[in-house]
Design a protein around this ligand. Structure first.
Ligand code: SAM
Length: 355
């Protein structure tokens, strides 16, 4: 096949995905492996049209509160892994968290995302107390949790306390690949079971994966896309893998913005009504990463609402952005940047149409 034939094949697959929202595994592999800049441009045009059809030019914002960086897990890629003795650990009190929410509400946030490591200090009792306090004080806001793998009962108690949404990236569908990124105590099957449990309980569920994680192949990404089709989540968070200097993957190459935005476009075509963030990691590796993500079909941005003094401590990867336009206080500047590309930040809970 000539390069031209290959490009035509990929473009035809992009059209097929747009039309049918379904590809076979081998087609996913081709669409990813054989991509070209021209095919990517075609993809982004279609993805933008689909996104505008469902969500107009609105961008939803979520206030991210990174409330603990203690973690019992030892994921090989993550800067807050248990074995990183140099991480400066912190946890926010309920009062700190409520203060973040108050500040966020004042700025126009109507969704709060509480994210943290798997920190045993936050028992169901403590976390439910925090969730129900936020629920009582901000009845018009959505509460999203992102605190890793917990039992069915625990997820249910948190839901009953007032949490609406849960983010848990599956990281990678393939068991073997998962095993190369995590210690043996963690398994892809358990993580996926958590996602099914969350769905069953009634959460709006978000999942996702890192792009360019060590040892990842186009086949792995193809399996990730098939899993997304099966789970049909309300949100999908993807971002490039970025090495952290104090992890076993310190010297591994990072993922690229180019492949990340391409995957964003594909996800928009696969799940037209999904909530799709242009993530911090994408903004970290490319100065215009947020804009590129939005122009590839993303419709969510999650600025940081954590207290300024702890932001640098939630270092999942090197050079993670936490100030400037990443910070919730700079919302006006972020708003201007988005206006420049024709999109508007809205004050809204921004529920998924995919319910
Ligand atoms: N503990 C919760 C969990 O496991 O879902 C939430 C916190 S965890 C740090 C949030 C996400 O950060 C992970 O799902 C992972 O995809 C991402 N992450 C961690 N290390 C990263 C790295 N080095 N580069 C890019 N993303 C990373």
């Amino acid at each position: 096949m000539t390069p031209n034939d290959r490009e035509q094949k990929v473009t035809a697959l992009i059209d097929k995905l747009c039309l049918t929202r379904k590809l076979k595994r081998s087609e996913w592999v081709t669409i990813i492996r054989e991509r070209t800049p021209a095919a990517a441009e075609h993809l982004f045009e279609l993805a933008r049209a689909v996104r505008i059809h469902h969500y107009g030019h609105d961008i939803y914002i979520r206030g991210l509160i990174e409330f603990t960086n203690y973690c019992r897990n030892d994921c090989y890629y993550c800067g807050i892994r248990k074995s990183n003795a140099n991480a400066l650990r912190y946890r926010l009190s309920k009062e700190d968290i409520l203060t973040c929410c108050e500040e966020g509400y004042r700025l126009g946030f109507r969704t709060f995302v509480l994210q943290g490591g798997e920190d045993g200090w936050f028992t169901d009792e403590r976390l439910c107390d925090i969730v129900s306090s936020i629920r009582a004080q901000f009845p018009d806001c959505a509460i999203t949790l992102s605190v890793g793998e917990r039992s069915y009962d625990s997820y249910k108690r948190l839901y009953d306390a007032g949490a609406d949404r849960y983010l848990l990236r599956h990281e990678t569908y393939d068991e073997k690949h998962y095993g190369r990124l995590h210690p043996p105590q963690l398994s892809a099957s358990h993580r996926k079971q958590c996602l099914w449990n969350l769905k069953k309980i009634g959460y709006q569920v978000g999942t996702g994966f890192m792009v360019g994680s060590p040892y990842q192949t186009p086949e792995n990404l193809a399996d990730d896309m098939l899993f997304l089709a099966k789970l049909n989540p309300q949100m999908v968070g993807i971002g490039p893998f970025i090495p952290h200097h104090e992890t076993p993957f310190a010297r591994m190459p990072g993922g690229t913005a180019e492949l990340t935005v391409y995957m964003l476009g594909l996800i928009r075509l696969l799940l037209p009504r999904v909530l799709l963030p242009a993530t911090t990691a994408l903004g970290t590796i490319a100065e215009d990463g947020r804009e590129k993500g939005i122009l590839a079909g993303a419709n969510v941005i999650m600025p940081n609402l954590s207290p300024a003094q702890v932001r640098k401590k939630y270092l999942l990867y090197d050079n993670k952005l936490c100030t400037g336009d990443e910070a919730a206080e700079s919302l006006n500047h972020l708003r201007e940047r988005m206006e420049k590309i024709g999109y508007h930040i809205t004050v809204s809970r921004g529920d998924s149409l995919n319910i």
